[in-house]
Design a protein around this ligand. Structure first.
Ligand code: T4K
Length: 398
């Protein structure tokens, strides 16, 4: 194998990949399956609003997740906004800043103020022991975020929230199919919200699902969503249109059927990344924490610049030149985004600040195979070996 520095695309070599390799799961069923599913929609001439494919999907999700109610929505952001109303939250909600901005914005859209909590440096999940100090009279709830195909100790959070008389719910956008002990994530707190975005392990192209075991909360959610003509509707303060269409449900049904196969592939690729990256100083693959079963939908690493020899952003540039679209997730932390970068919000989040500067997401999912993963690890290895030459390149460019 040619490991000369000149072989790196940024230093004049040819890119390893001839087209961009994205980070997301990006599930595409075979054209034949897609055509069959969509032929059914055309034959029934029914596009949306509690259609038969949506009903089938919600039933199958309830069975798969072992939860009483699975209520599909147009995306997880909307699901999180609806959750605030369904749970009657007001005032402030405690949540991590180290998450996708949609988690935090869902609170603002619903008129609730986020109170940022730092995360654990090893697991990246909310630092439960720091929550107590953030509680004041205005705090009505906690939104845990289950990150990276792992979980934020929902059992401990449940007992903490109930001891403080706070409502608890979860942004489980990353956690579809994961388990804590024998229990599927979907069954903790008052409700949990999953994302079925195309980049997630269960895809409706855009979509999401809210799971709860509480009949009253489910009725409120269905009424907020809404589903016109639903006999079970209850009075709610406001309604939205967060319906999932038959087209989205059709893709999600195929994706659900293929979940075991896709999870296994993710795990295989995770194992290759782990085996290869452990030999490269300064880069650490993050294992999904707190779960007995993970979907392995993300490959997230921490980069220690002082050991690796290059910054996280420089490594992203090296990979991009090779057509690998690695990403910094999450950047910036919610507390550093325009709306929340203010003394009114907790800015003292040293672990979050460190992780936002150190984390890099590498490709996994449908667009990569084991050979591609080996090539990506090889690029990372060569970037480390030729860090000095690359640093000179970046300095000259400035
Ligand atoms: N909570 C958490 C913790 C979340 O991570 C998210 C979303 C949410 C809540 C809210 O869920 P949703 O409302 O989205 O259901 C992505 C996704 O849009 C978002 O779902 C995800 N998390 C977030 C972390 O990442 P982008 O803007 O980085 O993704 P995007 O669309 O640029 O795609 C990533 C890569 O994949 C790009 O290189 C382009 C490529 N791509 C993407 C799509 C959709 C393709 O090649 N083909 C495609 O069809 O936000």
């Amino acid at each position: 194998m040619n490991i000369g520095k000149e072989s790196l695309a940024l230093l004049g070599g040819a890119p390893v990949f001839d087209k961009p390799i994205p980070v997301g799961q990006l599930y595409f069923p075979s054209w034949e399956r897609y055509e069959t599913a969509f032929r059914g929609i055309f034959e029934r001439q029914y596009y949306t609003n509690n259609g038969p494919l949506l009903a089938e999907l919600e039933n199958k999700l309830q069975h798969f997740l072992g939860v009483k109610h699975a209520i599909c929505v147009s995306n997880a952001t909307f699901g999180l906004m609806m959750a605030v109303d369904a749970l009657n939250l007001s005032g402030k909600v405690i949540t991590p800043s180290f998450t996708f901005i949609a988690s935090t914005q869902s609170l603002s859209w619903a008129g609730v103020e986020p109170v940022f909590c730092d995360v654990d440096p090893i697991t990246h999940q909310i630092a439960i022991e720091q929550i107590d100090a953030l509680i004041d009279d205005d705090v009505t709830g906690i939104m845990g975020v289950n990150l990276w195909g792992g979980a934020c100790d929902p059992v401990a959070l449940e007992s903490f929230a109930s001891s403080r008389n706070l409502k608890l719910y979860f942004d489980s956008a990353h956690a579809f199919g994961c388990k804590v002990g024998d229990t599927s994530i979907a069954n903790f707190g008052s409700l949990e919200v999953f994302s079925f975005h195309a980049t997630k392990v269960l895809s409706a192209t855009e979509g999401g699902c809210i799971c709860t075991n509480d009949d009253n909360i489910a009725a409120r959610l269905r009424s907020i969503r809404p589903s016109y003509g639903d006999a079970n509707s209850v009075n709610v303060m406001r309604v939205a249109n967060a319906r999932m269409s038959e087209a989205q449900a059709a893709i999600a049904l195929m994706s659900l059927e293929d979940f075991p196969k896709n999870q296994q592939k993710n795990k295989l690729l995770f194992d290759i990344y782990e085996a290869q990256l452990k030999h490269i100083p300064g880069i650490k693959l993050v294992r999904p924490a707190g779960v007995t079963f993970s979907n392995y939908q993300y490959i997230v690493c921490e980069l220690d610049e002082s050991v690796f020899g290059l910054s996280r952003d420089s490594l992203i540039a090296v990979l991009k030149a090779e057509n690998v679209n690695a990403r910094r997730y999450f950047y910036p932390g919610s507390h550093r985004s325009i709306e929340y970068n203010h003394a009114k919000y907790n800015q003292n989040l040293p672990v979050t600040d460190y992780l936002c500067a150190a984390c890099i997401q590498l490709p996994v999912g449908a667009m990569v195979d084991s050979h591609a993963v080996e090539s990506i690890c090889d690029i990372v290895s060569r970037a480390h070996q030729h860090a000095h030459a690359l640093k000179t390149y970046f300095e000259k460019r400035e």
